[in-house]
Write a protein that binds this ligand. Sequence first.
Ligand SMILES: C[S@@+](CC[C@H](N)C(=O)[O-])C[C@H]1O[C@@H](n2cnc3c(N)ncnc32)[C@H](O)[C@@H]1O
Length: 230
Amino acid sequence: MELVHRIDDELKHHDVPSQLMAPGAFRVPIFASMRARFAMDDQVFDSLYPYWVRMLSDTHWTPVSVAVRAAQLLLPGAGEHVIDIGSGTGKFCTIAGMLHHSAIFYGVEQRLRLIHVAEKLGRRLGVDNTRYLHTDIASVNLDDFEAAYMFNPFGEHVLDGRPQIDGFHRPSHRRYRDLIAVAQEKLARARPGFRVVTYHGFGGEMPRSYERMAREPSWSDYLELWVKRV
Ligand SMILES: C[S@@+](CC[C@H](N)C(=O)[O-])C[C@H]1O[C@@H](n2cnc3c(N)ncnc32)[C@H](O)[C@@H]1O
């Protein structure tokens, strides 16, 4: 439980990064929202995105309050590298980067145009501790990271009528199962102490070497914090 206590401590002493205090068209509402215990409306944040991205937000991008809490649970230390597996338009990385400015948030994303959106968002907000990698999860080495976030990254293959991001590929149950297996293998090989936060899970069971440290309701599902033990 020590990690959970550290997390609670972090919440009590949470500090707003000074870079957010600079006046700017989009920094002010975000900063104000943080001071109001992070009760920021997603519509405000999403207004930074182009229309077609906003239309996908309910289904595909992490809600602001979930991103804030997920980042807190990950407890990113100074200089640590956190990866968002399937980073989409960078909503998690950007929010986490604003809140935890001494860590670096990486997003791995298969769709190049989503990376362009994420990078533009970061520039507009003056966030300089996010990086995006245009590649498939299969080519990522988790040894380069201390922690990971996953918002049901492969769920687009089993959407049940909700809007697809685009026609990048045809939904496939087989591909869904394969990607889950790839993620499980990578998680199983990660270093002891590796931390993972999931929202809506990732479609499969966490490897047995992980211990669940926290599970709490968040927006439309649960946030879970896992730590690799061996
Ligand atoms: C549910 S969205 C989550 C986006 C972002 N993490 C957030 O929370 O706002 C999942 C993202 O994972 C990406 N993705 C799915 N499979 C992937 C793969 N094999 N490699 C890289 N990215 C992938 C999708 O393109 C999509 O942008």
